[in-house]
Design a protein around this ligand. Structure first.
Ligand code: BDP
Length: 617
């Protein structure tokens, strides 16, 4: 799916700004044929939750309504006009001038609809009804129930089956873009790199509407100089002396695609891409032939006031803070992030593990590992969850959206699912197959596993290319006891390595809640001293394990969660506060990470030869 942008043949109208807003109390029906019966406003894009002083709005479960008005410049009227939502969380019904024009379920991926047939000459009223309900059929997963109040009205209850606040609303940009009537529908780019020759065969597939009869593709280097040209909707071009897209050293080419009709140029679109090769081999994650070491974070889209809403200055700051610390990567825990963030990472050379919103796929929580170790252990998860259809949809949508991004190095199919329970393999196998089939760049796939799933209990490790572990020894298991944690961490990693020697291992979560400003002479849990001791302990073990190729800690910053006795205004495992002030541990990690090279930190002998060849070029 193409990102909406202006080109010589396309215009863009941004509908950001103040929209009318109301929660639906479900007392009186709301008629989308009429203007919304409210004068209250909310800012778009952003979550609605933290923009008012009302607890009722903040914690509302059910439906909310948005409305804005726009008109279309006369010059654009003859064009094909597409209304596009960066996301609408979690389910949307869209009405234009009172008519329902589209519906989309899933709160973290874009969708669009052609609006020409519904437009008025003058003012147009765009109304959106949203639901923030999550249940056992949605991703993320929510524990949902209903009751009735004393007046007989339905009261909806949602207990999130995950550890982040259920922010919702029109959280990403809403835009209208124009294309000519005959237009370029999609572009797929696959670079096949020959590292020895410093060349690449770049495949470019273009989907076009029926009216176009020819396509010309010009490849431009990062300075905009043409380096190759080819025509046809299914073309391939060989580039020599290529500049590789490397972690923290990005280089972007672009494919300028021109669509023709009877020899006349009709539509143009320019898609950026990087040339890089990703392989998983012999317990290593190779980036352009060299062993890559992930240094970075699990994150959230979470900031004050914006909630989960698009906040570009904070995105820029976060990437700058990462680079300053010597970090090179993050995971889009626990849902696809905004397209703008992916485009930023393409430019900055930040490596992204791109995660679906599959979080909460676990019916029970129990650290009694001896029960789990029984071969036929089964909890209720795979009988209760009805998420397979939603899961397929999000895999399709995330790959469709992000397939060309150079920054995306791996797909994460789920976070902390009940992979230790009978039924998990049957559930996940088709999803991994689907992702592998759909991804034109055939990136590695993984899921991040919960501690209850270990080398003995996890039933799905055969499905992953990289073992990605969320581990909390010293925090949730043996809180405060770093000596025991060190041994447990080492033993577990060695066991994984021995059992699956060909699969590289990374940590996708490890961390300790830390209250900024809380200090302790005794390094007690929750203090900044404990957080630093905890990370020092983990780092020591990581460096001992040859197949351990990456540390993504939990979390980049403190973030908002649902209420809970373990959460004081949210999760405090950030190494930065929610407003991005550093906790003490940042200095330690900066020293560690700036000393660890992005490529070649843990080199095995055969890749050493390959690496030498490359560096002597
Ligand atoms: C893991 C989850 C993550 C939580 C984290 C924690 O993947 O979403 O926020 O633990 O408890 O279970 O801090």
């Amino acid at each position: 799916m193409l990102y909406p942008m202006t080109t010589p043949s396309r215009a863009l109208i941004d509908l950001s700004g103040l929209w009318k807003f109301m929660i639906d109390k479900e007392v009186q029906p709301i008629d989308p044929k009429q203007p919304l019966p409210t004068e209250d406003v909310i800012s778009v894009p952003a979550s609605f939750n933290d923009q008012t002083a009302s607890q009722e709005i903040r914690e509302h479960v059910g439906y909310v309504w948005y409305e804005t008005n726009f008109s279309i410049a006369r010059a654009l009227k003859s064009e094909r006009l597409v209304l596009r939502f960066g996301s609408a969380t979690h389910e949307a019904w869209v009405y234009l001038n009172g008519q329902e024009i589209t519906h989309h379920k899933g709160g973290f991926t874009p969708f669009e609809v052609v609006i020409n047939d519904y437009l008025n000459d003058g003012n147009n009223r765009l109304t959106v009804k949203l639901s923030n309900v999550l249940d056992y059929s949605t991703l993320p997963v929510g524990n949902y129930s209903e009751s009735t109040d004393e007046d007989g009205h339905v009261v909806r209850h949602l207990d999130e089956n995950f550890d982040f606040f259920n922010y919702a609303g029109l959280q990403r940009p809403v835009k209208i873009y124009s294309t000519p009537k005959d237009y370029i529908q999609d572009i797929t780019i696959v670079p096949n790199v020959d590292l020895d020759r410093s060349s690449a065969e770049v495949e470019i597939k273009t989907q076009i509407s029926d009216g176009l009869d020819n396509v010309k593709v010009t490849i431009l280097d990062q300075n905009g100089h043409p380096v190759a040209e080819v025509s046809g909707t299914d073309s391939s071009v060989t580039l020599t002396d290529v500049r590789l897209w490397q972690p923290l050293n990005a280089y972007l080419y672009s494919a300028q695609v021109d669509g023709f009709k009877n020899g006349e140029l009709v539509d143009s679109y320019s898609e950026a891409f990087g040339i890089r090769k990703i392989e998983v081999r012999d317990g290593q994650f190779l980036f352009n032939g060299q062993p890559f070491y992930f240094k970075g974070f699990g994150k959230h889209e979470d900031t004050y006031v914006h909630g989960r809403g698009f906040n570009e200055p904070v995105n820029v700051l976060d990437i700058n803070l990462m680079k300053d610390m010597g970090a090179n990567s993050f995971r889009t825990s626990h849902y696809p992030y905004s397209e703008e963030m992916m485009r930023l990472c393409d430019r900055e050379g930040i490596v992204v593990i791109d995660e679906t919103p599959a979080v909460g796929l676990m019916a029970s929580f129990d650290f009694n590992l001896s029960i789990l170790e029984q071969d036929d252990f089964e909890d209720d998860t795979w009988k209760t969850m009805k998420t397979a259809a939603a899961h397929k949809q999000v895999i399709q949508e995330i790959i469709d959206r992000d397939k060309n991004h150079a920054c995306v190095a791996m797909w994460s199919i789920a976070n902390e699912a009940a992979t230790f329970s009978k039924g998990a393999h049957e559930y996940f196998k088709p999803l991994f197959d689907l992702a592998r089939r759909l991804d034109p760049q055939k990136r590695p796939c993984t899921y991040t596993s919960i501690m209850m799933a270990n080398p003995r209990t996890d039933k799905c490790i055969d499905l992953v290319d990289v073992i990605a572990l969320n581990s909390y020894y010293g925090w949730y298991v043996g809180n405060g006891d770093l000596k025991t944690a060190e041994k447990a961490t080492r033993d577990e990693l060695l066991e994984y390595q021995a059992k699956f020697p060909e699969k590289p291992i990374i940590y996708t979560e490890y961390g300790a809640d830390t209250v900024a400003g809380l200090h302790s002479n005794y390094g007690e849990p929750f203090s900044e001293e404990f957080q630093e001791d905890y990370y020092r302990m983990a780092s020591k073990v990581f460096d001992e394990i040859p197949n351990f190729v990456g540390e993504q800690l939990w979390n980049f910053a403190d973030f908002q969660t649902k209420f809970g006795i373990q959460r004081v205004q949210g999760n405090k495992k950030g190494i930065f506060t929610r407003s991005r002030e550093p906790k003490m541990v940042v200095r330690y990690l900066k020293n560690r990470w700036t000393a660890i090279p992005n490529l070649g930190y843990k080199v095995k002998s055969d890749t050493q030869d390959q690496a030498k060849k490359l560096t002597t070029k």
